[in-house]
Design a protein around this ligand. Structure first.
Ligand code: ZN
Length: 511
């Protein structure tokens, strides 16, 4: 009897490729035996059926009934994971599939051999996903790839799409498995969903990564399938940072940390945010889609941000900062509301490895305002985390010399102390309003004239020398960055001193 061979191709369509590798992960986890072929390829063995993972395809072969049985078990397991019976006994979507497949009937998840028996299918044709010929095909749609829109609607605009975009039996079978290997996080009262998934040059690279991370999925939280380490992450990049930070806190003490780092080197991440206008709507919008090119660089940054406290505990300055980025305000009803704008901005910047000091500066100025309006709300604002993280980030993305950074820190912190002693917040506002390099240096020199008394113990000479040092560094290219950093360090110092005086006054009133 002829062997039946079914191939699932790596196609470069990122969602479909995730589907193929997710199908393989199911095979690897459920096979009777896992081994290697004589050529060194990974093989999962079932009764009468061999599944082999190649760089560019997953191949199942054996007697037809045995191959169909394995694929049948796989789709049954998938159905159990993404759909469940409602109270009335009807099968319906559960978890993220309820948004991803809004409007689709769960019965599109069919056994491999049953797919072509449905009316939408034609006996054979060209597959626009894998470019295979001669297999059963149907017009594809969002069910097989959320990035595809209904072609019948599109073809009105793009005449070359007439005739439809077709998907073959293999590609259609594998695609829905993708969801089982994606990370997800719900937002906006379950009306928006962020999906994150790894993309590799080939199937093996993604498999290596997923093998290291399957243990990091959690099942006991309805909102997301990974542990959260900071609050209010609701954009694609913030969720991605949350995932990386959380993975790091879980594996940092394991020997597998290096293995994960290596596995990450072989993949990029894709992130997609989908939403629908209301609970009952079947309209699904894609709000954002983006590529995260260097996840390993991000994990390395997270790793560099680990510190050991005086009590010997490990803590992480990046996680602390991300936790402090949302600006919290008390609403009229007394409830805390968080504005996540700055969190989203810094997450975008970190993922793009672009500058962050302007965003941090804004956050510090918000905190300074809140010191006056609602000091309690920033009681736990972690100034040390900001101070520790800035040089780590600058070193990692290599965009400012260490010399300049320490000079700016020293001058900035003296400014912060002066503001605290003299109560002259005008210094900070003048600093913030500096519009060019000369302006900035002028603001710094004026400080000593205005507050000579406050300098008596602090030696104005020292100050003059430091400002002179900066004069040599600051030019028309870097003055803006320098201004942000001065404001940042001055603000941090001021907040730190204010927090100290608050806690000492509260301890003195409490016996
Ligand atoms: Zn295909």
């Amino acid at each position: 009897m002829a062997k039946t061979v079914i191939q699932f191709q790596h196609t470069g369509h990122f969602w479909n490729d995730l589907g193929v590798i997710a199908l393989w992960r199911w095979m690897a986890e459920n096979a009777l035996d896992i081994g290697k072929t004589s050529n060194g390829d990974l093989m999962a063995e079932f009764d009468g059926c061999e599944c082999i993972l190649y760089q560019d395809c997953l191949e199942t072969s054996g007697d037809e009934t045995d191959v169909y049985a394995v694929l049948g078990d796989a789709i049954e397991a998938l159905t159990g994971q993404v759909a469940q019976p409602s109270k009335t006994g009807k099968i319906w979507w559960t978890g993220p599939s309820s948004l991803l497949y809004a409007g689709q009937q769960p019965n599109f998840l069919l056994r491999y051999e049953q797919l072509p028996k449905k009316t939408q299918w034609r006996r054979r044709g060209h597959c626009d996903v894998c470019h295979g010929e001669g297999h059963a095909v149907r017009t594809t749609g969002t069910a097989y790839n959320p990035l595809l829109v209904n072609v019948s609607r599109m073809s009105g605009f793009y005449s070359e799409l007439k005739g439809g975009y077709q998907i073959c039996q293999s590609c259609a079978f594998a695609a829905p498995f993708a969801l089982t290997q994606a990370w997800y996080s719900w937002g906006d009262e379950f009306l928006s969903l962020t999906l994150l998934w790894p993309v590799g040059v080939d199937l093996l690279a993604v498999d290596r990564f997923l093998r290291q991370t399957t243990g990091l999925h959690i099942a006991d939280n309805l909102r997301r399938n990974y542990k959260r380490v900071f609050s209010y992450a609701n954009s694609t990049t913030a969720c991605f940072l949350d995932l990386m930070c959380s993975s790091w806190t879980i594996i940092r003490n394991h020997t597998s940390a290096d293995v994960l780092m290596m596995a990450l080197a072989g993949v990029q991440f894709h992130a997609m945010q989908l939403s629908k206008p209301s609970k009952t709507s079947n309209v699904v919008n894609i709000d954002r889609y983006q590529t995260i090119p260097d996840p390993m660089g991000i994990l390395r940054l997270v790793q560099q941000s680990d510190h050991i406290s005086q009590q010997g505990k490990i803590w992480n300055s990046l996680i602390s900062i991300l936790n402090d980025m949302p600006v919290k305000r008390r609403g009229a009803d007394g409830k805390i509301q968080a504005d996540t704008n700055l969190l989203n901005q810094i997450a975008d910047a970190i993922v793009a490895r672009s500058s962050i000091e302007g965003i941090l500066e804004q956050r510090i100025y918000e905190a300074l305002d809140q010191l006056h309006t609602d000091a309690k709300i920033i009681e736990h604002f972690n100034v040390f985390a900001f101070r520790l993280f800035v040089p780590i980030y600058f070193k990692e993305v290599k965009y400012m010399s260490a010399n300049l950074l320490s000079a700016l820190q020293s001058v900035g912190e003296t400014l912060g102390e002066l503001v605290k002693i003299t109560e002259d917040r005008g210094i900070l506002y003048n600093l913030r309003n500096a519009r060019n390099a000369d302006d900035l240096l002028e603001v710094l020199s004026r400080v000593v004239v205005r507050h000579a008394d406050a300098f008596i113990e602090r030696k104005p000479e020292l100050w003059r020398n430091r400002v002179r040092e900066l004069t040599e560094f600051i030019d028309n290219n870097n003055w803006h960055r320098a201004r942000s950093l001065l404001g940042l360090y001055a603000g941090l110092k001021f907040i730190e001193l204010s927090q100290k005086s608050q806690s000492s006054s509260s301890t003195s009133t409490n016996p």
